[in-house]
Design a binder for this molecule. Structure first.
Ligand SMILES: Nc1nc2c(ncn2[C@@H]2O[C@H](COP(=O)(O)OP(=O)(O)OP(=O)(O)O)[C@@H](O)[C@H]2O)c(=O)[nH]1
Ligand SMILES: [Mg+2]
Length: 370
C-alpha cells in the first residue's frame, strides 16, 4: 500500500490526514492532492487516520483504488491528537505533513511548505496570521477572539503567529527528536514545536477556508483540554521554574475570567459591587476546575462538592481582600474603570496569597488557588 509503495527516496512525503466523519469532504481533498501530486516531482502518499467514522469513508477510499492513499481505521485511544501522532509515527515519508480533511487547508500550498523545508526550516506552518494569510469571513467574533486568545496564551512557548494551525510540515528526523510526545492536546503543531525543540520555524501564508461539509468536532471539552495542554508544555519548557510558572499560569487565567465576567455583568446592568463579587466567585470556580485538572491527586479522594468547599475556604481570605481593595479603589479614585479596580484587588490578593504560600502552613493550596 501507499506509505511504503515502491522506493521511498529522501524527498518522499507522507500527508497525514486526521478524519472523523468527513466522507463528503474526502473525495474533494483527494482530488486536489492528486493534482498537486501530479506536478510535485517527488513521491507523495496520504495516510488517512480515521477514528472508525462508519460513514462510508473506508469504502470511499477503497473504491477509489489509489495506491498512494492508505486509510487506517483506529478503534482505540481515539481523538484528534492521538490520531495525528499515530499517523506521524506510521508515516514512511522522510517529510511529514499534517492537514485537516475538511478542506480548511489548501493542498495547493503544499509545494511552498516543502520548499521552506528545503531552504532549511525545521518546521513549517500553514499560517492564517502572517502577511498574505487569510481566513474566511464566516468566522464569528467569538471564534476569532477564541483563536486569538489561544494564540496569545501560547506566546511564551513560541513566537510564531499561528501555532493553532493544523496544517504543518516537518522532516521525519525532526519529529524523531521529540521526547514525551503526548496526545493530550489537539494542537499538535504546538506540541511538536516545543517538544522537538524546533528553532527555525517558518510560516507560509494560507487561506483558511470554512468547512463546507460535515460537522465541527471542536468542543468545549477540547478547549479546556487546551489549557491542560498549555500547562504541560509550560512545565516541559520551563520546568525549573515550575512553581512560579504554575502560579502565574493559574493566576493569569483567573484574572482573564474575572475581567471577562465583570465586563459582561456590568454591561448587563448589574451594580458594580455585585458584579465585582460575582466576578471573583466566577474566577474562583474557574480556578477550582483548573486546579482539579492540573492537580488531580490533590482532592480526588473528596467528592467534588466537598473539595469545592475546602477550595473556597482556603481561597476566601484572598477573595475577601480582593473584594475590599477593589471596592476601596472604586470609592476613592475618581472614575476608575471598574476593570482597573478589579485588577488592583487581584494584585493585592496575589501578593498576599504568594506570601502565604511561601510562609504559612497552607503553602501548596495557596500557590495553586492564586
Ligand atoms: N481521527 C480523528 N480525527 C478527528 C477527530 N476530531 C476531529 N478530527 C479531524 O480533525 C480535523 C479538524 O477537526 P475539525 O472538526 O475540523 O475542527 P476545527 O477545524 O477546529 O473546527 P471546524 O473546522 O470549524 O469544524 C478534521 O479533519 C476532523 O475530521 C478525532 O477525534 N479523530
Ligand atoms: Mg476544521
Amino acid at each position: 500500500m501507499s506509505t511504503n509503495d515502491g522506493e521511498q527516496s529522501d524527498r518522499s512525503v507522507t500527508i497525514v490526514v486526521p478524519t472523523y466523519r468527513e466522507v463528503l469532504s474526502l473525495p474533494h481533498l483527494l482530488d486536489r492532492i492528486a493534482a498537486v501530486r501530479a506536478k510535485a516531482g517527488r513521491p507523495i502518499d496520504v495516510l488517512v487516520m480515521d477514528d472508525d467514522s462508519q460513514d462510508g469513508s473506508a469504502e470511499l477510499v477503497a473504491g477509489r483504488g489509489e495506491r498512494w492513499v492508505e486509510l487506517c481505521v483506529r478503534t482505540e485511544r481515539r481523538g484528534l491528537g492521538a490520531a495525528v501522532l499515530d499517523g506521524l509515527r506510521r508515516a514512511r515519508g522522510s517529510v511529514l505533513v499534517c492537514m485537516d480533511a475538511d478542506l480548511s487547508h489548501p493542498p495547493e500550498a503544499l509545494p511552498q511548505l516543502l520548499r521552506s523545508l528545503e531552504d532549511g526550516a525545521d518546521f513549517v506552518l500553514g499560517s492564517r496570521y502572517v502577511a498574505g494569510g487569510t481566513t474566511s469571513d464566516e468566522w464569528g467574533l467569538l471564534r476569532r477572539l477564541n483563536s486569538r486568545v489561544a494564540t496569545w496564551l501560547a506566546r511564551p512557548l513560541t513566537p510564531v503567529s499561528d501555532p493553532m494551525s493544523g496544517f504543518f510540515a516537518l522532516p521525519k528526523r525532526v519529529f524523531e527528536r521529540g521526547t514525551e510526545l503526548s496526545p493530550v492536546g489537539y494542537k499538535i503543531a504546538l506540541e511538536l514545536i516545543v517538544k522537538c525543540d524546533c528553532k527555525h520555524v517558518v510560516e507560509t501564508p494560507i487561506h483558511f477556508e470554512q468547512r463546507r461539509y460535515g460537522a465541527s468536532k471542536l468542543t468545549l471539552e477540547q478547549q479546556l483540554l487546551y489549557l491542560h495542554h498549555l500547562h504541560r508544555l509550560y512545565v516541559f519548557k520551563y520546568g525549573a521554574w515550575r512553581q512560579l510558572v504554575q502560579f502565574v499560569f493559574v493566576g493569569g487565567m483567573g484574572t482573564a475570567v474575572n475581567l471577562l465576567a465583570l465586563t459582561a455583568l456590568v454591561a448587563a446592568g448589574l451594580a458594580v459591587r455585585e458584579a465585582l463579587a460575582a466576578a471573583i466567585f466566577a474566577s474562583m470556580c474557574f480556578n477550582f476546575v483548573l486546579h482539579r485538572r492540573l492537580r488531580p491527586s490533590d482532592g480526588r479522594r473528596l467528592a467534588w462538592p466537598q473539595h469545592f468547599g475546602v477550595f473556597v475556604a482556603v481561597s476566601s481570605v484572598g477573595a475577601a481582600l480582593n473584594f475590599v481593595v477593589a471596592l476601596l479603589v472604586v470609592a476613592h479614585l475618581p472614575f476608575p474603570a471598574v476593570q482597573l479596580a478589579a485588577l488592583c484587588g487581584i494584585a493585592a490578593a496575589t501578593v498576599v496569597n504568594f506570601l502565604a504560600s511561601r510562609y504559612l502552613l497552607l503553602r501548596e493550596a495557596h500557590v495553586r488557588a492564586a
